[in-house]
Design a protein around this ligand. Structure first.
Ligand SMILES: [Zn+2]
Length: 299
């Protein structure tokens, strides 16, 4: 099967922007690698108008969403690669040649469509969504900057990163973001069919239920957050994406979703996400066959 149109990086069909407020429900510590003059391990900060403020970086948010998406997909029988390292789509070889080198060569030779067919066939669904070497992501995350925040300080027993064992005698003071701190949140979904919007909506629901955590000391109860005050903006770039009343199906597995306008908030935004989740659940068995059953032939 050739690749569907929504998979093409050069064609913008639709942009769905999910935004809201990211609120810490527990302490959050994102390692900055920086130790203060008092020997305290600081949480990551950024300089805004001369003031250092804590933030949650786009990479941490993407990592959290990707790893939980992969958990959901694995549980449904999809093949996913983990994103990096040996066995990942980015390091995949076909015969003796790296997939990314074959793709590059095809593009240079002006055989872009063949390159896309190959990527469609070889990339796992997580890489199709979050990108891989040679293929741009369809899900874009942003740095979450603070709306209001408070920092706290706590003594923790440090854990050796390599072995997971306690490093003897190393009690460290860490700085953390206090529960109740609020950050701006934005997630862009480019060209996603409604069933894949549903998959990401499932991840958002589980983040809000406290199943998905971010940053360090997660085993100690850190890193729980919720995305509140969700709003969704839909920008159609093609009549094939839909209009004010409908978010059209983008491929043969997808289904139309009725919408009330392209700027949704509150219960209307939630309704759209719930409808997309229903499509995901209805289609997941068929989708697992299309996206997931090509077992490793060449690694
Ligand atoms: Zn992959």
């Amino acid at each position: 099967m050739g690749h569907p149109r929504w998979f093409r990086p050069d064609e913008l069909l639709r942009l769905v922007i999910v935004s809201g407020v990211l609120e810490a429900s527990s302490p959050i510590h994102i390692g900055s690698g920086r130790v203060s003059a008092f020997g305290e391990y600081e949480t990551l900060k950024v300089l805004i108008q001369g003031e250092e403020v804590p933030y949650i970086p786009a990479t941490s948010i993407r990592g959290m969403i990707r790893s939980y998406t992969e958990r959901i997909l694995r549980a449904q029988g999809f093949r996913v690669c983990g994103g990096f390292g040996r066995g990942s789509c980015s390091s995949k070889h076909i015969g003796e040649v790296r997939l990314s080198d074959i793709v590059q060569k095809l593009i240079v030779e002006g055989r872009g469509l063949e390159a896309l067919d190959l990527l469609w066939k070889e990339l796992c669904l997580a890489c199709k969504l979050f990108g891989a070497y040679g293929y741009e992501p369809k899900i874009i995350t942003y740095d979450s900057l603070p709306i209001s925040y408070r920092l706290g300080h706590r003594a923790m027993i440090a854990i050796d990163r390599g072995t997971g064992a306690l490093a003897p005698g190393s009690v460290r003071t860490i700085e953390y973001i206090q529960p109740g701190s609020k950050f701006r949140f934005r997630l862009d979904l480019i060209n996603l069919p409604n069933y894949l919007i549903g998959l990401i909506a499932l991840v958002i629901m589980d983040i809000n239920a406290g199943f998905v955590r971010i940053g360090a000391f997660r085993s100690k109860g850190f890193g729980v957050l919720a995305i509140r005050d969700l709003s969704i903006s839909i920008i159609h770039h093609s009549p094939d994406s839909g209009n004010e009343e409908v978010l059209k199906a983008l491929d043969e597995f997808d289904e139309d979703v009725r919408i009330k306008g392209t700027s949704l908030s509150g219960s209307e935004a939630e309704r759209l996400l719930r409808r997309c989740i229903q499509i995901w659940h209805r289609k997941v068995k068929d989708l697992a066959k299309v996206y997931g059953l090509e077992k490793e032939v060449h690694t």
